[in-house]
Design a protein around this ligand. Sequence first.
Ligand SMILES: [Zn+2]
Length: 463
Amino acid sequence: MSTGMRRPHELDYAAMARLYPPPPEYFETTFWEDPDTIARKQLVRLQDRAQRAWRVPFFRRRWEAAGFHPDDLRTLHDLGRVPAYTVDDIRASIAEHPPLGDYQGVHPDDARNEPMRLYVSGGTTGRSRPTLYTAWDREVGAITMARALYAEGVRPGDVVINAWAYSTHNGAHAFDEALYRWLNCVVITTGTGNVTSTRKQVELAHEYQAAAILTTGDYMLKMAETAVEMGLDPKADFNIRALPGGHIGDSERVEEVWGVTPANHYGFHEVQNVAIECPRRPGELHIFEDCFVVQVVDVETGEPVPDGTQGALVITEIYKTGSPQFRYNIMDLSFLHPPGQCECGSWLRRMGPFAGRGDNMVKLRGVNIWPEAVGEVLGQVPGATEDYFCRAVRNGERDEMVVMVASGAPPEQFGEVARRVEGHLKETMGVRMTVEVVRPGALDELTGMGTAAKLVRFKDERP
Ligand SMILES: [Zn+2]
């Protein structure tokens, strides 16, 4: 008797692997495709996703208002005619149709036909976004994550510590599924430091000679400190060869301490992994163009910017079956390198690394300031560390930025360090900010250092 249910194993895995090859095949095939093949593939998938999005109220409403119909999508260039949306539009959709909004295109009822998962984005800015994933979407998402991990040095048979938060957020689970289902790795699910103590994590990494630890660079430094306290040498007593995610924080210091270059990739909650660092050109990220079309637009106007110019990333996924993301202006800042064949041989478009949040931008006396850029300046000032926290506040009629920075200098020198940082910020950013110097560790509660998967560096306290 038929139950009417489609079991997870009934997914067409052969078709999936053909359309979206997992590693290592991916790096023998699709990664090297020529621009015409890539473009042809993208157009077919894009047209298919546009028809799907057209049946989802959120997209239909916006597209109709803009006079766009999916049949109008005849070339890749036409994608620019599709109205983009931001997290604000998603938030409005959720407010009108709680709790899922009307942008999902699938409903928990559909889980009767296909297994599904619901993840809610982290509350780093206090607003959470639910996303429903069909089994197909989870699997292809896991394939793209597996590609990233493979490119970063993780191999079948490796023991891997996953120290991201196993929580309502997609992050840790996406890594987990990639490692377990598509890379044949043995995952130890420690979660963050407040789930499994740092000491225990170090112990596990040592005992099982883990090949990779998945967490931020900042937490890697904390683990190194703990290892040393336990009488262990991070380089000699461990076997770490990959640090995916380790670029978040002071990567030079991480490399120095662990002897491994932290890897950089780019992705986010709703779509999982988008791009991986080029093996030949550090800091340049190849986009998985069989799964995504990436555009860059001006943060304020939403108009496309020329290649090489920083703006907000607009992402369209072309791999899902459920919840579409069609011209999603994620407000992450980056830029596109001009098209062409890379030194490594791949023709896949390259983007710059994640350069901050467009919606964390604060306009001070007409100058656009991003907290991440402030963080970069701090590293150049003697006496200041790169541990910082920015607060946007309203002072009378004016917006102000208060920069809190940790310093290892003796407290009686804090005043001098503050003056130096203020001077340096004024000089490089062209606008005055207030600097408060604090002792090391004093910002941990604000940033979530050692406990959160993603460090918080900014709070908007303006009314
Ligand atoms: Zn390359």
